[in-house]
Design a protein around this ligand. Sequence first.
Ligand code: CDM
Ligand code: ATP
Length: 291
Amino acid sequence: MPHVLTERAPAKINLTLHVLGRRADGWHMLESLVAFSRSGDALSLVAGEPLALSIEGPTAPASGALDDNLVLRAARNFAKHYADAKLGAFHLVKRLPVAAGIGGGSSDAAAALRLLARANGISLMDMGLSEAARETGADVPVCLARRARMMRGVGEDLGPLLAFPPLIGLIVNPGEPLETKSVFATMNIAPGAETGFGAHPTVSAVMPAEGLIAALRKGRNDMEAAACRLAPIIGDVLAILSAAPGCRLARMSGSGATCFALFKDCRTAARAKKAILRAHPAWWVKTCVLN
Ligand SMILES: C[C@](O)(CO)[C@H](O)COP(=O)(O)OP(=O)(O)OC[C@H]1O[C@@H](n2ccc(N)nc2=O)[C@H](O)[C@@H]1O
Ligand SMILES: Nc1ncnc2c1ncn2[C@@H]1O[C@H](COP(=O)(O)OP(=O)(O)OP(=O)(O)O)[C@@H](O)[C@H]1O
């Protein structure tokens, strides 16, 4: 029997996403508090086999050509840093919406790196692993540890892990894919320019949930307006979430179109989920615990 290693690839939620400016090379400088859900895609690896990927699940068809999959891209970048390491045959169960602002592909790539690290006895703190993550995509480094922390720069500058209280929420995707690149382009920030948008609120691990949510309310998602221009349905999602009884905060994640809401408790979150699905049965609506 082959030995199968498994990893979860949870959704990434940008609790805040401040765009500070744009570098001369075109990449945008960010400041974001990122957290993770507990569920998402599932990735397994049979180590020692030739590099391969099979994929199934409700959103597998939307995730593009197999050879371009971020799991394989991450494995190829891993092999550049660890020439003698074992690779293997991956199997991905794809459930997260694609091009949705919740870093599904990045989380799959990070799960692939964690699996390869486990198969080869490499520490998650190893420099080669961080470099392979950075080479695979801007969101992959933060997805490696899949725990709440600040992310700065273009994603490579990570703050300490923040063991803050679990936040109870809902994640809602209305089914319109949005490309990160197009949303940044719609923001129309000139290369080399600073946005001058306000400073990020201070957040710390010792804050109780209510204090943390109050701090988050002072933050923003600076990509929200541009994403709403490309997909006006995001405005409807945010209005519905904000109006739900028990909702403490509603905001878009990443470059959209997925939005999240933080709730007073599990009961109000579950009620909101039921009501939203009744009115919009085609939307993807999940209760979540974020940290
Ligand atoms: C907006 C965020 O979702 C916030 O978490 C991420 O920074 C995006 O991360 P990602 O999807 O992993 O991004 P990548 O796949 O590396 O980049 C997609 C495209 O978005 C643009 N991009 C991305 C990140 C960034 N800080 N500045 C950018 O300008 C670049 O044109 C890039 O070609
Ligand atoms: N494993 C994968 N899962 C999803 N998309 C993938 C995967 N591999 C490659 N892709 C490609 O990556 C693109 C971005 O998909 P993804 O779901 O990661 O976007 P996202 O949620 O907007 O990410 P982010 O929040 O990091 O901007 C898709 O257009 C898809 O073709």
